[in-house]
Write a protein that binds this ligand. Structure first.
Ligand SMILES: Nc1ncnc2c1ncn2[C@@H]1O[C@H](COP(=O)(O)OP(=O)(O)OP(=O)(O)O)[C@@H](O)[C@H]1O
Length: 323
């Protein structure tokens, strides 16, 4: 059930986000020219959906995200939440109803984990016992039980644990909208995979509408129900489910961005079985095979190669005997 903004949300609620011809132009600096960061972007994120925003550096991903919680005001166009134009809402109240996680999560260094996570519930005037219960729940959800971690300070945590506290803090009031800007940008690749897996489980649990900014295509494919690919100047090139983006890039820019590595790759999109995407760049054909079918095809191909090698070996032997 969609929530009605800008009230705080409790329970499994999610909002519909609509960007309607949104444009952002940064004014010229002392020496530079003005920058068109986002150009006429129209996009809908359905309630409960995870939309991953990807694209090359500087293509306007963060600007787009921050226009949703009004950390940045659009130059023109509208951002609607559940049909309500956010331009008419109080930006501070709006932001308290929207979870926001950035790369360097910005935990308050002199406050414990528990106190950091309780920040927004306190601002919203929740009573002590309700806050304590919820803080315990969200810390449990991100795998940092309050008994073991609640009284620690940020400097007593690893980078990955700090990121998870940031996610818990953003989830503390069950926001209808969750904005994630490179949430694991600072985490090393191997641990990143683990965090992505736990985030996927968390997102499935909370039901918020999520916009995830990442430069990591694999992260987008893993976590996104749909993937939106932006090009420089904030132009939307394609928005589709992850497999379609990989298998059938809509434009040359998307093809460049997803790269040749996408021609054959094993992916595990959220909620679906692992699949192999096979793209034939020379033709229209693109095939998405279930992993087992693809493995079967690869094994058969390997058997054929093996048989051909055996045949060639036998032929060589026979030729040797004859000679
Ligand atoms: N405050 C600002 N003033 C002027 N230009 C800005 C400002 N913020 C961003 N830009 C410019 O707007 C464009 C889009 O920036 P944005 O940070 O939204 O891109 P991004 O896709 O998130 O980039 P990255 O992946 O590198 O973080 C870039 O050209 C950037 O230099």
């Amino acid at each position: 059930m969609p929530g009605t903004l800008p009230v705080p949300y409790v329970g499994r609620v999610s909002a519909r986000i609509e960007l309607d011809r949104v444009r952002k132009v940064y004014p010229a600096g002392p020496r530079g020219r003005q920058t068109v960061a986002v150009e006429g972007l129209s996009l809908v994120v359905e309630p409960g959906e995870v939309l991953a925003l990807v694209g090359p550096s500087g293509c306007g991903k963060s600007t787009t995200l921050r226009m949703v919680n009004r950390l940045i005001e659009p130059t023109s166009g509208r951002v609607l939440l559940d049909g309500v134009d956010t331009a008419g809402l109080d930006p501070v109240r709006l932001r308290r109803g929207i979870g926001y996680v950035i790369q360097d999560v910005g935990l308050l260094p002199h406050r414990t984990v528990e106190a950091n996570v309780a920040t927004v519930p306190r601002l919203l005037g929740w009573d002590r016992s309700r806050t304590r219960t919820r803080v315990g729940e969200v810390l449990e959800l991100v795998g940092l039980p309050v008994g073991a971690y609640g009284r620690r300070y940020p400097h007593q945590l690893s980078g990955g644990e700090r990121q998870r506290v940031g996610v818990a803090r953003a989830l503390a009031t069950d926001p209808a909208v969750l904005l994630l800007d490179e949430p694991f940008g600072a985490v090393d690749p191997e641990f990143r995979r683990q965090l992505q897996a736990s985030l996927a489980a968390i997102l499935a649990e909370v039901g918020s509408t999520v916009v995830l900014v990442t430069h990591d295509l694999d992260e987008a494919v893993r976590l996104g129900d749909r993937v939106a690919v932006l090009a420089r100047g904030g132009h939307l090139e394609q928005v589709a489910d992850p497999l379609t983006v990989l298998a059938r890039p809509a434009t040359a820019r998307v093809r460049d961005f997803v790269g040749d590595g996408a021609a054959l790759r094993l992916v595990a999109p959220s909620g679906g079985p692992a699949v192999v995407v096979v793209r034939d760049d020379g033709a229209e054909a693109a095939t998405v095979l279930a992993a087992e079918d693809a493995l079967g095809a690869l094994r058969r191909a390997a058997d054929d190669v093996g048989r051909a090698a055996d045949d060639a070996g036998r032929a060589a032997d026979e030729a040797g005997r004859d000679g």
